[in-house]
Design a protein around this ligand. Structure first.
Ligand code: NAD
Length: 497
């Protein structure tokens, strides 16, 4: 059985723990590896070494740090297919989707190579007579990242390239459900010339996360995952006086106006709801049909019925299995609850099978209509290929519905009316908005900006906001005594003259 190594103090080594977790291929339920729960000593070694290496890494010239990222992005591109195949095996994603997961991470690495322009401070000359002020942007120290199962390449790459380019060292604790992809990312990072110890990868679950949350040497925590864990991470990390950014769950609505292009709407809804088996934090899980647009629901059903899950290398499959037997059970039980609470189940994905893969965690495309805000299928993040349809009388009603949701990760509107689109963008209380784009994930020169219950913290992921998150600003005010006019009197006021 393959035992997943850790990457501590620059060595890829096997853990001494007796506590191992199975990693399974969700399409076959076969155990493909075992991942360790790092021991207390291993956690200590990773944190101490990251602290030691920080002393030299922060002194490394910024262009040298940027060049590591340039080499890294080239290596990731060279190994794109290979990483995507590993990712497909442990997540079940189709090969194309797995490639997309890697690609969206590569884009962040490319952006991290521009770090110098994002770390420029400010200068004002003559803030007082012969006194100048400038600011420097400096790294924090040891930062840590805790990542979810659903994007095992993209989300670690949201974090460590930005943090490390800024001059920090970084400890990654990837999801225990798919650790093979992040380990390959770490190997390639070393191959790109990153000095040993700049990145460390430890494995485990709550106990190892708690060590990171409580250790005073860790200055900042980046988390992506579910709502209860996200809240816990934010509360515990900030109580321990750390900087925390915590990206959590979601329930994303797409508003369909009657003047929208019907075929574009149907294509967008099918792809954005069942793609990646609905296991995306930006998946569309609620379609809000305004007025006459609701007449398109039967055609949506037809379009969704044509789609099927399958193995990662099955070119006819639109998406893969859900991640585990437990996840499948949860999704199927929420479908049953939806039906019991009175929603109209138009397409039922329970009991789905895929030929040749009798043990896979398959869920077929599922469509509900007549969903209301009291139902569990509306209030809970299902994280499966399930789309809930609702009706609204007007755009104003649709906006009110979305603004009353506790989540605020992503939303979109499909319309051909500029005024409606403008109003929607302006009034909607959601951090990422698409206009005729169902999944509006920003490129890395912007930041990933979920709101409300989908994000706890201030500075968001990647882009300029990540640089702010992973750095501290130092402001220097200086006077040089060259002038004959320099006063010889003491100044007892706090005012600069
Ligand atoms: P999860 O919360 O179960 O796990 C995330 C990480 O937290 C893992 O590394 C896990 O080991 C660790 N963890 C789990 N339980 C813990 C505990 N009690 N204490 C400390 N650490 C713990 O999430 P998941 O199931 O892996 O990922 C799916 C969730 O992530 C969904 O809710 C999805 O919406 C969310 N997500 C959000 C975003 C975003 O940007 N907002 C992006 C991707 C995924």
């Amino acid at each position: 059985m393959k035992k997943v190594p850790q990457y501590i103090a620059g060595e890829f080594a096997q853990s001494q723990t007796e506590n191992w977790i199975d990693v399974t291929n969700p399409a076959t339920n076969e155990v493909i590896a075992q991942v360790p729960c790092a021991t207390t000593d291993e956690m200590r070694q990773a944190i101490d070494n990251a602290g030691e290496v920080f002393k030299s890494w922060k002194e490394t010239p910024i262009s040298e740090r940027a060049r590591v990222m340039l080499r890294y992005q080239a290596l990731l591109k060279e190994h794109h297919d290979e990483i995507a195949e590993i990712l497909s095996q442990e997540t079940g994603k189709t090969f194309d989707d797995a490639k997309g997961d890697v690609w969206r991470g590569i884009e962040v690495v490319e952006h991290a190579a521009n770090v110098a322009s994002m770390m420029m401070g400010e200068t004002v000359e003559n803030v007082a007579r012969e006194v100048d002020t400038h600011s420097w942007i400096q790294p924090l120290g040891v930062c840590a990242g805790i990542t979810p199962f659903n994007f095992p390449a993209m989300i670690p790459l949201w974090m460590f390239p930005m943090a490390i380019a800024c001059g920090n060292t970084f400890i990654l604790k990837p999801s225990e459900q798919d650790p093979l992809t992040p380990m390959r990312l770490a190997e390639l990072f070393e191959e790109a010339g990153a000095p040993k110890g700049v990145l460390q990868v430890v494995h485990g679950a709550k106990e190892q996360v708690d060590t990171l949350l409580n250790d005073p040497a860790i200055k900042a925590i980046s988390f992506v995952g579910s709502v209860p864990v996200g809240r816990y991470i934010y509360e515990t990390g900030t109580r321990n006086m750390k900087r925390v950014q915590s990206f959590a769950g979601a329930k994303n609505h797409m508003v369909i106006m009657p003047d929208a292009d019907k075929q574009q709407v149907l294509n967008a809804l099918v792809g954005a709801s069942v793609g990646a088996a609905g296991q995306r934090c930006m998946a569309i899980s609620v379609a809000v049909f305004v007025g006459a647009a609701q007449e398109w629901i039967p055609e949506l059903k037809e379009a969704m019925a044509k789609v099927r899950p399958g193995a990662w290398n099955d070119s006819g499959a639109s998406y893969g299995p859900v991640i585990s037997a437990k996840a499948k059970e949860r999704v199927e039980s929420l479908i049953a609850t939806g039906e019991a609470q009175g929603a109209k189940l138009m397409l039922d994905g329970r009991g789905c099978t895929v030929e040749g893969f009798p043990d896979g965690h398959w869920v077929g495309p599922t469509l509900f209509s007549e969903v209301t805000t009291e139902m569990d299928i509306y209030n809970e993040e299902i994280f499966g290929p399930v789309l809930c349809c609702m009706n609204a009388d007007s755009l104003g009603d649709a906006i009110e519905l979305i603004n009353n949701s506790p989540y605020g990760n992503g939303t979109s509107i499909f319309t051909n009316h500029g005024g409606a689109a403008r109003r929607f963008q302006h009034e909607i209380e959601v951090g990422q908005v698409g206009v005729n784009i169902p999944i509006p994930v920003p490129l890395p020169f912007f930041s990933f900006t979920g709101w409300k219950g989908s994000f706890y913290g201030d500075q968001h992921a990647y882009g300029k906001q990540a640089v702010r998150f992973y750095t501290e600003t130092k402001t220097v005010t200086s006077r040089w005594f060259n002038s004959e006019a320099t006063s010889s009197e003491a100044n007892f006021s706090i005012q600069l003259r």
